[in-house]
Design a protein around this ligand. Structure first.
Ligand code: ATP
Ligand code: MG
Length: 121
């Protein structure tokens, strides 16, 4: 059972404060829809969770099962199950869905792959 806990999250972009104290707990199996006006910070929260380098966490914490992930690289967060999925996935000619999924599972099952072998840097 995994739990994502966002506590008092403050995020800035180019030193401009965008998120000012977001609190949210999401337990495994729950589905949450984030709603709000344009420019209210929905995408900013998603990018900050995924670890986009432009979105700086200036205060607060993001935890998975009580472990802070603020400092983890995007690929390390993805391995823990936290990543962005595309709303409109791009079709890459020649890449079958089955190959794509097999590649993803192989990487998850072999977390100790060395650099250059499609693992985290
Ligand atoms: N990369 C960026 N550079 C500068 N400002 C940004 C950047 N990303 C977001 N912002 C600013 O942060 C605020 C929140 O934007 P964000 O895109 O997170 O809102 P949103 O809720 O996703 O909006 P929408 O409903 O239009 O998708 C806005 O004022 C926006 O201009
Ligand atoms: Mg948005």
């Amino acid at each position: 059972m995994s739990t994502l806990t966002i506590t008092n999250l403050h995020v800035a972009v180019d030193e401009k404060p965008i998120l000012k104290g977001v609190n949210l707990t999401i337990r495994q199996g729950e589905i949450h829809a984030l709603m709000g006006p344009n420019g209210s910070g929905k995408s900013t929260l998603a990018y900050a969770l995924a670890g986009h380098p432009k979105y700086e966490i200036t205060d607060g914490s993001i935890e998975i099962d009580g472990t802070p992930i603020n400092e983890l690289d995007p690929c390390e967060r993805a391995r823990l199950g936290l990543f962005l999925a595309f709303q409109y996935p791009v079709v890459i000619p020649g890449v079958k869905v089955s190959d794509f999924l097999r590649h993803a599972i192989t990487n998850i099952r072999n977390p100790d792959r060395k650099e250059g072998e499609d693992s985290c840097p």
